[in-house]
Write a protein that binds this ligand. Structure first.
Ligand SMILES: NC(=O)c1ccc[n+]([C@@H]2O[C@H](COP(=O)([O-])OP(=O)(O)OC[C@H]3O[C@@H](n4cnc5c(N)ncnc54)[C@H](O)[C@@H]3O)[C@@H](O)[C@H]2O)c1
Length: 360
């Protein structure tokens, strides 16, 4: 047994659960890791395949005093219920985004976090991903001046497929997918969001239970604004996650995941399909405002996992924080604020109006 270690459990052993499991197994702070799948046959099958104890008895996990940390990677509709139970059982919790499919679910979760005072962090791993951390570092060093405008352009293939929990979900793609990028825009601008306005056109994908496109604008207290454009059908269909698969091809088949951060003195562009981040400097001249690209950083396919969506790195860190009794690095209250923005965008689309965050 590793010394000064805790046991952990992963609830929901699907695609993301597997990533959480791998980090827990690698962490020097975790002694033993358990799994939970509500269906007994599935629990047995994944236990055999993974060579770990996977149970369909949630209470057994919650009552086990050695299990101090719970990773939640179930379908979204169960996040709040599972996380609240785990917090009330005295566990530290890393819960995947979103905090709920409804504002009420997210509120229940944040209240349980506050009431119990237990460790609660939401899986916004962009805060641990090197390309976004570099942008944040450039902003914090004042290299682009005050950020006043942030644009995200995200176009992908349809990769949620027919009759899955994602395509049938009551919750929208704003919570499921775009919460990462709304959270990131807020992080880069570094101020409170005051109001949200969002539009979506009629669907192209006929079998989604929610819109397949969104145009979300935010206005911040300091006057900065942001815009996020999302479509989930344009790019040529790929079998796997389009962000991880055949990047070279996708760079020119309709996929885009670009972020622009405009400051008073310069700008930053992050282009995920080019594996590149660049920085511009603005200067005055007798004729006009001039602009020059002064820094370009690229990364390789092998480095992608830590540069783009560093769930593994986030989870290693969470294990360390939980084992040492340290507080979350990305406060759950920030994540809850992002969830409020997501629900404000949904209300805005339904009611065709600007929604002030203070209404929620
Ligand atoms: N942070 C990220 O970048 C990121 C990326 C992908 C997925 N996710 C999140 O991870 C979660 C899981 O996504 P996925 O792609 O692994 O889905 P998945 O369908 O592959 O896995 C979900 C697993 O949860 C199990 N499950 C079903 N009901 C459950 C319940 N009541 N309690 C516990 N487990 C239950 C399913 O049997 C399945 O094994 C989602 O919330 C998703 O938003 C996050």
């Amino acid at each position: 047994m590793k010394s000064d270690t805790i046991d952990a459990a992963v609830l929901g052993i699907g695609y993301m659960g597997g990533i959480h499991l791998a980090a827990a197994e690698e962490s020097p702070c975790i002694n033993k890791v358990y799994g939970y799948e509500p269906d007994r046959a599935k629990a047995e099958k994944s236990g055999k395949e993974l060579g770990i104890e996977v149970t369909s008895d949630l209470e057994a996990i919650l009552e086990n005093p050695e299990i101090k940390l719970i990773y939640i990677a179930s379908p979204n509709r169960y996040h709040s219920e599972l996380a609240v139970k785990a917090l009330r059982a005295g566990k530290s919790v890393l819960c995947e985004k979103p905090m709920g499919e409804t504002l009420e679910q997210a509120e229940k979760l944040i209240h349980a976090g506050k009431e119990t005072g237990n460790f609660l962090q939401i899986g916004f791993e962009i805060h641990y991903s090197k390309v976004y951390l570099l942008a944040k570092e450039w902003i914090d060093r004042g290299l682009i001046g005050t950020p006043v405008n942030c644009h995200v352009q995200y176009y992908s293939s349809e990769f949620h497929k027919k009759n899955t929990w994602r395509s049938n979900s009551e919750g929208s793609l704003i919570g499921e997918k775009l919460s990462h990028y709304l959270d990131m825009q807020k992080w880069f601008i570094g101020d409170e969001v005051e109001e949200v306005f969002s539009l979506s056109s009629p669907n192209v994908v006929p079998y989604f239970n929610h819109p397949d496109n969104h145009q979300i604008s935010m206005r911040f207290k300091n006057g900065a604004v942001s815009q996020l454009n999302f479509l989930m059908y344009l790019a040529e269909t790929d079998e796997g996650d389009p962000l991880l698969d055949t990047l070279k091809k996708q760079e020119d088949d309709g996929h885009a995941l670009k972020t622009y951060i405009m400051g008073k003195k310069g700008a930053i562009e992050i282009d995920i399909f080019k594996r590149r981040i660049r920085r511009w400097e603005f200067k005055d001249s007798p004729i006009q405002l001039t602009s020059k690209i002064v820094e370009t950083v690229t990364y390789t396919k092998e480095e992608e996992i830590t540069w783009m969506h560093n769930v593994h790195g986030q989870n290693l860190r969470i294990a360390e924080l939980a084992a040492k009794g340290l507080p979350p690095e990305v406060p759950a209250s920030d994540a809850f604020n992002t969830m409020q923005i997501c629900f404000a965008a949904e209300i805005s689309e339904k009611e065709h109006r600007i929604v002030k965050l203070e209404e929620l």
